[in-house]
Design a binder for this molecule. Structure first.
Ligand code: FES
Length: 288
């Protein structure tokens, strides 16, 4: 049983603006009955170029009906430029949230709106074209769409991507590709973020120091190791001693000692404190 907000229930039991506008200015159709959800959105503009009326027809679950209904309310009175900025997160937020497994309904609403705007801009003749290359053939989802839901919703796992756009939820053959897109977006975000300020440990509490060490590992060290098929895990912190374990390719690498000193320790000293010493966790049989 899904946990729905009162607003979702209200829009499901009393959907607004159901139907189709006669002689619409824009028509957007997305999804397919074979995939379990389909939405047809129509709108009419007023003389000032604002959306005067919007209606929908939806085939799908309670969330699909509620998101379609609330979308028609949200966009009334908007210009097309304003409507084009509506994200799936805006739609879900307007409903007070959706179960994560149902977030793909909010994405379907945003896609239908974009398709309807494209249809208007194309003089009614242009079919909404998917941007990018198809990654998930089971559900016809492109790399651009996957990247977009990851960025707009801060997703970090393949399972989340499946919840938001269905990609990966069929045969599973595209999951490796989705993983790569997640890594790419994560890499981009790290580049966009200001780097941690070097040498702040003196002003940090213990908790802040631990967080900064973890942040430095996540943002400065792990991406470099992952590029070579390796990984690193923070095991413990004892005073200025940071204990880590290498995983993946790094665990068997002949250059592990070099990586430890010249990458891990150097970055932690640069971004956290020059007093830090990094040690690799002993293997259980080495400890015995
Ligand atoms: S190709 Fe994506 S789930 Fe099958």
């Amino acid at each position: 049983m899904w946990e729905y907000t009162d607003k979702v229930r209200d829009h499901f039991f009393n959907p607004r603006n159901v139907g189709e506008i006669e002689d619409p200015d824009g028509v957007g159709e997305v999804g397919s009955l074979a995939c379990g959800d389909a939405l047809r959105l129509t709108f009419k503009l007023d003389e000032n170029g604002r959306i005067a009326d919007a209606k929908f027809k939806t085939f799908g679950c309670a969330s699909a009906i509620a998101t379609s209904s609330v979308l028609t309310e949200m966009i009334r009175g908007m210009t097309l430029e304003e409507a084009a900025k509506v994200t799936n997160k805006d739609i879900a937020d307007y409903l007070g949230g959706l179960p994560e497994q149902k977030m793909h309904c909010s994405v379907m609403g945003r896609e239908a709106l974009e398709a309807a705007i494209d249809n208007f801009k194309g003089g009614g003749a242009k079919k909404h074209e998917l941007e990018g290359n198809i990654v998930c053939t089971c559900f016809g989802v492109t790399d651009s769409e996957i990247e977009r839901v990851i960025r707009e919703n801060d997703l970090t796992t393949v399972e989340q991507v499946t919840n938001y756009c269905k990609a990966g939820g069929g045969c599973g053959g595209c999951q490796g590709e989705i993983e790569k897109i997640i890594e790419k977006v994560r890499g981009d975000k790290i580049k966009e973020q200001p780097a941690p300020t070097p040498g702040r440990a003196g002003k940090l509490t213990n908790i802040q120091k631990i967080q900064l060490i973890q942040q430095t590992i996540n943002e400065q060290i792990r991406p470099a190791l992952r590029a070579d098929g390796g990984n690193i895990e923070l095991i413990d912190i004892e005073g200025n001693k940071v204990i880590v374990a290498f995983r993946g390719m790094c665990a068997q690498c002949q250059l592990a000692e070099f990586t430890m000193r010249d990458v891990v320790e150097a970055k932690l000293r640069e971004f956290v404190s020059p007093d830090l010493v990094v040690e690799e966790q002993n293997e259980p049989d080495a400890q015995a």
